[in-house]
Design a binder for this molecule. Structure first.
Ligand code: MN
Length: 523
């Protein structure tokens, strides 16, 4: 056994705050539960002072997570720390990470503070957080552009004030591995901590160095590393948790370090995040990309056939890549579906199963076989619609072709059980369809992103559509699955609008008043 490296996952904080990755409290909780299954040691669940919805999200995560530590992020101010504590106070293992910038450029230009004042505020912030009786981590923001002697002075002050984890942040992704190594060593050599302190690193990928810098920090003696799933995060993102975990595991011969990550959950966790945000990873993404285990070149394939270890340093099953298997057909029953889902790792409650079974039958009727991938896509569609089914697609018809004006007619069921039919034309059939839906539900959304993915190869394949719909400051992703591309589009669009309404007005009692659309969309 080697040295234990603790993994702090900040997908829900650093990852979530980057454009296109915002999540509702329920989505954050769903990802947090998957992160706990993955075995990360600490889940940084959010920045409670940033918004009431984030405070609620962190609270929800703190209540449900039992194994991992739940951490809340806070500037070194009383108000931020109060919000952080109120969010994590009921966690089984609560932690507050408070931080302040230590580089000359941040202190002068951003904070407008003299170095002495920065030291004082850092120590006061830590002491205040510590007064709540929780574990306190202190982050040196932009540490890698700071004077090492000053960074050590701040670190000594916060350690004396009670911080037990020191996070060295390369906030702007500027450092080289050697600089990272030297900074960690310098702090370790110059800070006196009789009660012991854990050093941590937080690396960004602006120059493609996040992973290399993280490994350098570990070699220097950091026993906590911060990262995100799929490497999402501010700008170019953070070090990717799946890469850190597989690096430690695959090169255990060299590094002698171990993490608590259960590697077979890496791929499912990556997919979970992709399904929530609607943002995929590039095919060549390390560990979780579609091509990460594909061997195309003839010479490689020849080697693989003789002995897989010639070109394969990790096996797809080690990271939980599912094998593509043709599974169910239209004669398969509810029981078979349930069994199959359980073997895939999904436990559904009866109402969820009922709902999925209807969709499964619809798909199986049109398609010869339903694969694992089809089922997963339908499950995601199903998850995304739970609690957000104000509007549902009843029927639709689209007329399109060369020389014709693309026209769509839709019938939508509304929350009050009425249905409404509307028609619209557009430059193309999908635009016509979205406009018809807008008319039926008295809404004008803006399509911010639109993606189509083929679920299975071949003419009977189903398509998965994800659409991000924006309205004023808010946006939400919806997903639709069907053998009919236009139907998938309609389902995805309606799904997004449902979630958008729910996000804007979470406790909306739709039965309560007739003019509810007015009150949400018109004020
Ligand atoms: Mn960051």
């Amino acid at each position: 056994m080697g040295t234990r490296i603790y993994v702090l996952d900040t997908t829900l904080r650093d990852g979530e705050q980057s454009p296109g990755f915002s999540m509702t409290p329920d989505e954050k909780l769903r990802l947090a539960l998957q992160l706990e299954k993955l075995g990360v040691d600490i889940i940084e669940a959010g920045f409670p002072a940033s918004s009431p919805s984030d405070l609620q999200a962190v609270q929800q995560v703190a209540r449900e997570i039992k194994q991992a530590t739940v951490c809340a992020f806070a500037r070194a101010t009383k108000a931020d720390i109060d919000a952080a504590f109120s969010a994590i106070r009921y966690a089984a293992r609560p932690r507050i990470q408070t931080f302040i910038a230590t580089s000359p450029i941040h202190m002068e230009k951003k904070l407008g503070l003299k170095p002495d004042e920065v030291v004082r505020r850092a120590a006061e912030g830590v002491a205040y957080a510590k007064s709540f009786g929780v574990e306190v981590q202190f982050g040196l923001e932009d540490c890698m552009r700071s004077d090492p002697a000053f960074a050590a002075r701040v670190t000594q002050a916060v350690v004396d004030a009670g911080a037990t984890i020191i996070n060295v942040a390369d906030t702007v992704g500027y450092a080289t591995p050697k600089e990272m190594f030297d900074m960690i060593r310098y702090l370790m050599d110059h800070v006196v901590a009789p009660q012991g302190v854990i050093f941590s690193c937080h690396c960004h990928d602006d120059l493609g160095m996040a992973m290399a810098n993280t490994m350098a920090a570990i070699e220097a003696g950091c026993t906590q590393v911060e990262g995100t799933i799929n490497g999402i995060g501010e700008r170019a993102g953070n070090a990717a948790v799946e890469e850190i975990a597989m690096m430690l595991r695959t090169r255990g011969d060299y590094f002698q370090y171990v993490s608590g990550v259960n590697s077979v959950e890496l791929f499912p966790t990556s997919r979970c995040l992709q399904s929530i945000t609607g943002v995929g990873v590039q095919p060549n993404k390390a560990i979780v990309g579609a091509n990460a285990f594909a061997h195309e070149a003839g010479i490689h394939q020849d080697g693989m056939l003789k002995d897989r270890s010639t070109y394969e340093i990790m096996r797809p099953q080690d990271v939980g890549v599912p094998e593509t298997v043709l599974v169910l057909g239209k004669h398969s029953g509810r029981r078979a579906l349930k069994d199959k889902l359980e073997r895939m790792g999904y436990q559904l409650i009866d109402t969820e199963l009922d709902r999925l079974f209807i969709r499964f039958k619809e798909l199986a009727d049109r398609k010869k076989y339903v694969t694992d991938e089809d089922l997963e896509a339908m499950l995601l569609e199903n998850y995304q619609n739970i609690g957000a089914d104000l509007f549902q697609l009843v029927s639709f018809q689209v007329v399109s072709g060369s020389g014709a004006v693309p026209t769509a007619t839709v019938r939508i069921s509304l929350a009050n059980n009425n249905t409404k039919q509307e028609a619209a034309s557009g430059f193309g059939p999908i635009e016509a369809l979205f406009k018809a839906i807008d008319r039926a539900i008295d809404f004008t959304g803006e399509v911010l992103d639109f993606q189509v993915r083929a679920l299975t190869i071949g003419s009977s394949g189903a398509a998965e559509v994800s659409v991000r719909v924006g309205w004023r400051e808010s946006s939400a992703v919806g997903r639709g699955v069907s053998t009919d591309l236009l139907e998938a589009c309609a389902r995805a669009y309606i799904g997004a609008v449902n979630r958008l309404v729910l996000g804007i007005q979470p406790r909306l009692n739709v039965a309560a008043s007739d003019g509810w659309m007015e009150s949400i969309f018109r004020d």
